[in-house]
Ligand binder design. Structure first.
Ligand code: HEC
Ligand code: HEC
Ligand code: HEC
Ligand code: HEC
Ligand code: HEC
Length: 738
């Protein structure tokens, strides 16, 4: 069992109580607070109505694609006895009151029903070794280990349960790419993993998985019975299966007798929660305190606990990184000390951040500190909507007094001068539009006026240590006196205002003096280099490969096609390694040839059938299966086109003084390609045939095919197709002068 957590015994009366991550981080929570968090987490209000907003039930996972996500055997085991299958789970034992045999057959029918939802059930594939290693690193750095256990088991971790019995690499990847789609209440937030990162982490989490003992085939009759049972047992109070949740008509929460039913600890026709004594007492205390509604401060405390923000952040006395997880909070820049690895405090953050930016951070995980390895997750609008207003109400600062700098004092120019190397030299530590003048790369000056309240900026610059005792951000106005008395008459307020006005110009603001741009060239030596990031014309699912002979390519792992090819230098990587990493790699070739978007393989019913452009439809049959490496670390891409597995290898060759070229070989190792399959080699205005196997494409490319190709006209351009009958090769020669 992987990372599963069992402090208590797994069976019967000793079942592990439901585990709530935020409460484990907030031990001093009053019973009223912890009771309210539990009521919400355990979904009481899914069945017992309540008018109290803070009790609103956490939704259970959306089950409309459960069959495609979860293996059938696990569905049955989990439904039959949730806390035995996944100790610490927050799902109650709904069937607990049924006699054992009936419980097993009910769970079985329910599993058969759910297994029919969402498409074919997950199929086992063995995770790749290198992916497991990359996944292990990511899991222990991006923030998973803030809530879940690291590999060395730690108590007080959100249980993951027996993942290997539940998911396949593909279905777990899909879940991790967008957890909010399945679990809309945001307890498992979206860590903004790209597809490759999700594959790596899924491979790591399933590293010990072996093929399931027997396949699970849903039986239509059992499924029909399961469908009826799903409503009958009120599963639809917490779960959706394409429809909305149904609140049963039961006694309202403010009317329940707290020693009875679900809180009695007895078995009966109600869901069973294996609550600890402390949890039961807290729920009861919270029910008793029902008359007083939660204050704004309590609402903030409840939300930070519910969503476990305090696993990463402090706010006043609350939360923070515990000593035993400290090692999993790391950064890329040692010069920045703890600020370069620990998420920023939330103390006073309502007075610091503009409302819209605050919202963007919690809803979308907007981020400005590329040097932190831990990520601010995305919690979704539904779970965080009121937070910005609550923080703004609670956190206030007095109004900073200053005189605004107006013309003719040239505020923008003075501000620019102040930020530069001959004055306060802000760029000695801060980047400016992702460029930096020093090895220290604190957050970008261009992000400040967009995010920060102007009032806070003044207070902060006046005395940074008031806001963060550990900061290396200096004070430029010690004791209220400017270090530069000759600028703006040495008036501190005016100098800060000039800086603000300058930075607020955004794209118009000229670079401060002393800023130098160091390009980040990625050199290829005697082994190939693989960079999985955004590449021009491809987007996020790009894979760039630099080859030792000096010819390079980018591959599109979304559409399984060649993106572009060039020779000379490989790439300049500021766009992907600096800043948010949201940019693209910059190709260094002067002879770059780009290939058309859209799938490279298609079945053409007739010779005149148009090449498919409907990517959504096409993409269904395309799946990237990763790559293996040859002795020189060159990747051999593997992908599926429908049922057909393709192995796609590029060999870089250099003869004498000639420019290097590629020999690409495409193989179908599992089954022969389907009839009428075509491979699109190139599209260009000019394609000149020299026989039926050699073609000059545009001004910069010559291709040689191992089997004859055909050129056809499309909308004023030409398309070079190769009818596929089996394995084939394509030689690519770049012919433009570099
Ligand atoms: C899936 C639906 C469901 C959920 C979720 C649920 N209950 Fe119940 N609850 C019932 C049913 C059914 C009964 C028994 C029938 C009745 O009394 O209406 C009951 C009875 C009770 C009673 C006794 C009522 C009385 O006065 O006799 C209490 C107390 C109670 N529930 C509290 C809770 C709490 C607290 C939670 C969350 C931890 C919770 N319930 C979650 C369905 C649910
Ligand atoms: C802020 C805390 C938090 C962080 C950070 C977090 N998780 Fe979770 N995760 C949870 C909670 C809580 C649940 C259970 C959600 C629920 O009750 O719906 C969960 C559920 C899951 C599940 C589903 C388990 C199942 O039974 O299907 C997986 C898998 C998972 N997390 C993996 C990860 C990975 C991988 C990362 C890092 C990329 C991560 N989590 C980061 C809190 C977190
Ligand atoms: C009180 C609310 C509640 C009720 C009632 C409930 N569930 Fe759940 N269910 C949950 C929660 C919460 C989870 C997530 C638990 C976790 O990850 O540990 C869950 C998880 C599941 C899962 C795993 C889904 C996944 O993708 O990870 C299945 C399957 C499931 N429930 C089926 C059922 C069935 C069938 C019933 C009725 C017999 C039912 N549930 C009743 C709250 C509920
Ligand atoms: C897995 C750790 C983690 C969790 C959980 C988490 N955060 Fe963050 N948070 C971060 C990191 C890392 C940053 C810095 C992001 C950046 O700017 O690059 C951040 C930044 C922020 C900021 C911006 C602060 C500033 O001064 O710029 C706010 C506000 C914030 N988080 C609020 C929250 C709230 C509210 C929650 C819970 C709903 C939460 N965070 C949960 C890691 C986390
Ligand atoms: C010696 C290094 C250094 C110098 C010089 C410096 N800063 Fe900073 N500054 C920092 C560090 C480190 C932080 C904290 C970054 C973090 O929270 O991750 C910071 C934080 C800030 C913040 C708060 C940003 C936020 O959102 O939390 C502002 C505003 C700021 N600096 C402005 C300036 C300005 C304007 C100048 C020049 C007048 C300047 N800094 C010069 C190191 C420096």
């Amino acid at each position: 069992m992987l990372l599963a957590f069992g402090l208590a015994s797994l069976h019967g009366a000793g079942a592990a109580p439901p585990f709530v991550g935020g409460l484990a981080r907030h031990e001093k929570a009053s019973p009223k607070i912890s009771g309210a968090v539990l009521i919400n987490e355990l979904g009481c209000v899914a069945c017992h109505a309540s008018s109290r907003a803070e009790f609103a039930a956490k939704a259970g996972p959306d089950l409309s694609t459960a069959g495609a996500r979860v293996m059938g055997g696990h569905l049955q085991r989990f439904i039959e006895q949730p806390s035995a299958a996944k100790p610490g789970t927050t799902m109650p034992d709904v069937l607990g009151h049924l006699p054992a045999a009936e419980r097993a057959s009910t769970a079985n029918a329910l599993a058969h029903f759910l297994a029919t939802l969402g498409g074919t059930s997950p199929t086992f594939t063995r995770p790749a070794g290198e992916a497991v290693e990359r996944g292990r690193k990511l899991y222990h750095s991006v923030g998973c280990a803030a809530c879940h256990s690291p590999e060395t088991l730690l108590p007080d971790s959100v249980p993951l349960g027996p993942l290997a019995e539940k998911y396949s690499v593909a279905s777990l990847t899909k879940f991790l790419e967008d957890p909010l789609a399945v679990r809309p209440s945001g307890r498992m937030p979206d860590l903004k993993l790209d597809h490759f990162e999700a594959v790596d982490i899924a491979s790591y989490l399933l590293r010990d998985q072996s093929a399931p003992a027997r396949a699970f085939a849903p039986d239509p009759q059992l499924a029909a019975r399961g469908k009826a049972l799903f409503t009958q047992h009120r599963c639809d109070a917490c779960h959706t299966v394409g429809s909305s949740r149904v609140t049963p008509k039961l006694v309202a929460l403010d009317k329940v007798r707290p020693e009875r039913g679900c809180l009695s600890g007895q078995s009966g026709a109600w869901p069973q929660y294996p609550l600890s004594d402390r949890q039961r007492a807290a729920v009861r205390a919270s029910l008793a305190a029902q008359s007083e509604p939660a204050s704004v401060a309590e609402n903030v405390e409840l939300t930070l606990t519910r969503l476990n923000c305090i696993a990463c952040h402090t706010r006043g006395e609350l939360g923070g990184v515990p000593a035993n997880r400290n090692a999993h909070f790391t950064g890329k820049d040692e010069n920045l000390g703890d600020q370069g690895r620990i998420p920023p405090p939330l103390t006073g953050v309502g007075a610091k951040l503009k409302r819209d930016w605050f919202r963007d951070v919690v809803v979308n995980g907007a981020s400005v500190r590329p040097y932190l390895n831990t990520r601010m997750p995305k919690f979704g609008a539904a779970n965080t909507e009121p937070l910005a207003d609550w923080f703004k109400q609670l956190d206030t600062l007095s109004k900073a007094e200053f005189t605004r700098v107006r013309q003719p004092e040239k505020p923008h120019e003075v501000g620019r001068e102040l930020a530069g190397s001959k004055a306060f030299n802000c760029i000695a530590c801060h980047t400016f539009r992702e460029k930096s003048a020093s090895p220290i790369r604190a957050l970008d000056l261009m992000t400040m006026t967009e995010r920060l309240e102007e009032n806070w900026f003044h207070h902060y610059l006046a005395n940074p240590t008031r806001f963060s005792p550990i900061t290396i951000m200096p004070s430029f106005w010690p004791d209220g006196k400017s270090l530069l008395p000759d600028i703006l008459g040495g008036d501190p307020g005016k100098q800060r205002d000039a800086l603000w006005q300058y930075l607020a110009r955004g794209p118009e603001a000229g670079e401060p003096r002393g800023l130098v741009l160091e390009p980040l060239f990625v050199a290829v030596t005697n082994e190939a280099i693989i960079i999985r990031r955004a590449f021009p014309g491809i987007g996020k699912r790009g894979i760039g490969v630099g080859y030792p002979t000096g010819i390079h390519l980018s591959f599109d792992a979304g559409q399984m096609r060649l993106g572009s090819m060039w020779s000379g230098g490989f790439i300049e990587a500021s766009g992907i390694w600096r800043g948010q990493g949201a940019g693209q790699a910059h190709l260094l070739g002067k002879d770059t040839v780009s290939f058309p978007a859209g799938p490279a393989f298609a079945v053409l019913e007739l010779p005149a059938t148009a090449w498919p452009t409907n990517m959504a439809k096409q993409a269904e049959g395309l799946a990237f299966k990763g790559y293996s490496l040859d002795a020189q670390q060159r990747p051999i891409f593997r992908y599926e086109f429908g049922e057909t597995l393709v192995e796609d290898a590029f060999l870089d060759l250099k003869r004498g003084d000639a420019k290097p070229h590629f020999v690409r070989s495409l193989k179908f190792p599992q089954r022969p390609p389907p009839p009428r399959l075509h491979f699109r080699v190139a599209v260009d205005k000019v394609i000149e045939a020299r026989g039926d196997q050699e073609f000059a494409v545009g001004k910069g490319l010559l291709v040689r095919l191992s089997t004859p190709g055909v050129v056809r006209e499309v909308d004023g351009a030409k398309e070079l197709l190769l009818p596929v009958r089996g394995a084939f090769t394509v030689e690519y020669h770049l012919t433009a002068k570099p």
